[in-house]
Design a protein around this ligand. Structure first.
Ligand code: DGY
Length: 318
């Protein structure tokens, strides 16, 4: 029987599917396995189901002589050394589509919460400070009718753009090249232009060598003073220190972060002391149905490869 090492408890539906034809070894720690534990876990594995919190390095791959497939439980796969996997002919897969709409919903949740100051309002009520209705209590910018700027227009960025129609928002997007098929959804702009014109900027680009630090102090300085920045992509796309200084100085209105750099953010991180910065623990895809879909997709990818079939969601040639 092929052996599968799974680096955390994932939804039952995925584990059950794998268990039908494979021997499972599931890491049951609340935290990810350490690099040594991961190397030990993959030593006899034919398939690895990894999470975005597991650096699947060259060393991990070298410790897995039988490994045929790395099925990453995420759409992003920057945690996997693709070159090392390619060198060994190992297929790497991800979970596209499974989480598109759920993550797009969450980008909107952050835009609305940050602009309309929902966490501040909740704290205000809990602290017993709500004495009366106030004409100037917790004011924020309107979302409807504002200009939305999307950095990246892949699956999730496009789903965010579609929702903007309901808010009567013009949408700009930046990608390295314009996508002519997106012309009914959004208008292409240079990044600097987008940042200068958008009232809401939402990040939807994968983390690559080119996008790491893409939104730095210079870029943040281009944003409007009343603008809101939302990141549901990957933390390192935004320079955390520069974002902190920008928010602290009130140079933009607010930020909503599902992802951070570092991740997790330590409890004493200066971003957490800012009332105009909402930080949540990388939960944009965290709906019951989506996480189950991701688990099933991972299982199908792993099973396909160990069964000698092409993986439905391969990101390399293996
Ligand atoms: C992903 O899939 O890459 C998300 O960040 C987590 O669901």
């Amino acid at each position: 029987m092929p052996r599968v090492y799974v680096t955390r408890q994932i939804p039952r539906a995925g584990l059950d599917l794998l268990a039908e034809t494979c021997e499972l070894d599931v890491w049951d720690g609340a935290l990810p396995p350490s690099p040594e534990e991961l190397r030990r876990g993959v030593a006899e594995a034919d398939a690895l189901v990894s999470l975005l919190t597991d650096p699947v390095t060259e060393q991990v791959i070298a410790a897995a002589p039988r490994l045929k497939v790395i099925a990453n439980y995420a759409v992003g796969y920057e945690n996997v050394d693709i070159a090392a996997a390619n060198a060994r002919g190992i297929v790497v897969t991800n979970t596209p589509d499974a989480l598109t709409e759920t993550t797009a919903d969450f980008a909107w949740a952050l835009m609305l919460a940050a602009a309309r100051r929902i966490p501040e309002g909740v704290e205000f009520v809990r602290a017993g400070q709500w004495r009366t209705w106030g004409p100037e209590l917790l004011l924020g910018p309107d979302v409807w009718g504002a200009t939305l700027g999307l950095v990246g227009l892949g699956r999730i960025g496009s789903a965010v753009a579609r929702r903007a129609q309901g808010f009567q928002m013009p949408v700009l997007y930046h990608t390295p090249r314009p996508h002519p098929e997106a012309q009914d959804l959004a208008t292409w702009a240079e990044l600097d232009d987008l940042l200068a014109r958008a009232d809401f900027v939402s990040i939807h680009t994968p983390l690559t060598a080119k996008t790491r630090g893409l939104i730095d102090a210079r870029q943040l300085a281009l944003m409007k003073p009343g603008a809101v920045l939302v990141n549901t992509a990957r933390g390192p796309v935004v320079d955390s220190a520069a974002l902190h200084d920008t928010l602290r100085a009130g140079e933009i209105f607010a930020a909503g972060l599902d992802v951070t750099d570092p991740e997790p953010l330590p409890a004493d991180h200066p971003l957490l002391a800012l009332p105009n910065c909402i930080v949540v623990p990388h939960i944009a895809s965290a709906s019951y149905a989506t996480r189950e879909r991701m688990a099933i997709m991972c299982a199908r990818n792993a099973l396909a490869v160990v069964g000698g079939e092409p993986a439905p969601n391969a990101v390399n040639d293996g």
